[in-house]
Design a protein around this ligand. Structure first.
Ligand SMILES: [Cu+2]
Length: 435
């Protein structure tokens, strides 16, 4: 303990009354203190006098009373308790997070805010539900662009050839609301393929998406290898690849095409389009003055990201579109009193049911899922439930002049991000009937 005394001696000008140095003040009268009292002073000196005093305090460790030294069992039990606490902390975090996921598996995946994320959710599920990566957008469609544009074929040896390319685009569903979509030929819905019963068609599908894809021809009788389900009847079309489908149309009616690889993601992001097959003999077709295709979709657009809408917590949609546009940006159908309009409802919607209703009187259901309803079996309704995959062809007659609404009767589906504007939103469209 000579260090301590010596240290004190090295600072003769310490004033006992110095308010800044109370330790030194005590030291002035400490000549006869016991060893342990000196140790206490040394500890105080550590605070006030710095490193040297601290070292002198440590040197005094040997002088600890035997009774104050931790025993081996005490050290052992402290160690054991620490290990148990660390293990519990690990188990606790593992119960909230999936520690088996690697950054490589889910790199860049942005999940919907509020999505239910169980701890064992695999990386593949996360990638399926993640936002469209903004860096993969290759085209920004003009705000006024419309989907469902007719796709003209080219003829080759009696075969009608169509080219479809899937890519990531930016698409306006409203003048002020832009989404990131997976789209065929840079439009939502994809282009309309209109052919005639008996046609032989060849469709070249090129994949410019950041992930694999495939296309299914919904409702059509085709050779199995061209049916479309990825990993079932064909290898997925990898990015940069093209796959060619070819078949002869043996049916007529309202059909559609859509992605069949990660369909819950890709169809929900916009990968679908109408496929209308006119009968070889049109004489049996119900008379109509207009033919209006209605393709339905739900969107989840939040914080600048577009997620595939799904019927699960956090995946619920907040925008809804008819032919790629939400009301008031939906098309207005114009007619005259007495006109018969054939509406072809197509369940391109991926995860939700839409009871589609038309004001101004009932319509007649003339075909379901592409198959004509015999005259004797036709029924009249004013609301028809359009489930994913279903098609209903209905004839609605304009009975009275004015603005008549066509809309989904789940009222939330006629809002835009929960807001009603100009008397509707989402799945709303106006039929304007002139006298
Ligand atoms: Cu609806």
């Amino acid at each position: 303990m000579t260090d301590h005394a010596g240290h004190g001696a090295k600072r003769p000008d310490d004033k006992p009354t110095s308010a800044k140095n109370p330790g030194s003040a005590k030291k002035s009268g400490s000549a006869k203190k016991s060893v342990s009292a000196k140790n206490r002073d040394a500890a105080q000196g550590e605070k006030t006098d710095g490193q040297m005093a601290g070292m002198s305090g440590m040197a005094g460790g040997d002088d600890l009373a035997l009774a104050h030294r931790p025993t081996r069992p005490q050290l052992g039990s402290i160690g054991l308790v620490s290990v148990v606490i660390l293990a519990l902390a690990l188990v606790f975090s593992a119960s909230f997070a999936n520690l088996s996921l690697s950054a490589h598996d889910v790199a860049g995946a942005v999940m919907p805010p509020g999505m239910a994320m169980p701890r064992d959710m695999p990386a593949e599920a996360m990638r399926d539900m993640a936002a469209v990566n903004p860096r993969t957008v290759s085209y920004r469609a003009p705000a006024e662009a419309r989907g469902d544009q007719p796709l003209e074929p080219r003829m080759e040896g009696g075969v009608k050839i169509f080219d479809l390319t899937a890519s990531v685009i930016e698409w306006n569903i409203l003048s002020y609301e832009r989404v990131m979509a997976y789209a065929f030929n840079q439009q939502v819905p994809g282009p309309r393929i209109r052919i005639t019963e008996g046609d032989r068609i060849r469709i070249n599908v090129t994949n410019d998406l950041p992930e694999s894809t495939s296309v299914h021809w919904h409702g059509l009788i085709v050779p199995n290898q061209f049916d479309g389900p990825a990993e079932v009847t064909q290898d997925p079309i990898e990015p940069g690849q093209t796959f060619t489908y070819e078949f002869t149309l043996t049916q007529a009616g309202t059909y559609f095409y859509h992605s069949h690889d990660h369909a819950d993601r890709q169809e929900a992001l916009g990968m679908y389009g109408a496929l209308i097959v006119d009968p070889k003999d049109p004489s049996a077709e119900p008379a109509s003055d207009q033919d209006v295709v209605i393709q339905l979709q739900e969107w989840l657009e939040k914080e600048g990201y577009t997620f595939p809408a799904m019927p699960m917590d956090g995946g619920q949609p907040n925008f809804f579109t008819i032919n790629g546009k939400a009301y008031p940006s939906t098309e207005t159908v114009r007619a005259r009193v007495g006109d018969r309009i054939r509406f072809r409802f197509i369940g391109t919607n991926s995860g939700f049911i839409h009871p589609m209703h038309i004001h101004g009187g009932p319509f007649e259901i003339v075909a379901t899922d592409g198959v004509p309803v015999p005259q004797s079996a036709r029924i009249q309704k004013d609301t028809v439930n359009v489930a994913p995959g279903e098609r209903y062809d209905v004839i609605w007659t304009a009975r009275e002049p004015g603005k008549w609404l066509l809309h989904c009767h789940i009222n939330h589906h006629t809002t835009n991000d929960n807001v009603e504007e100009q008397g509707g939103g989402g799945l709303t469209m106006i039929i304007e009937v002139a006298p």
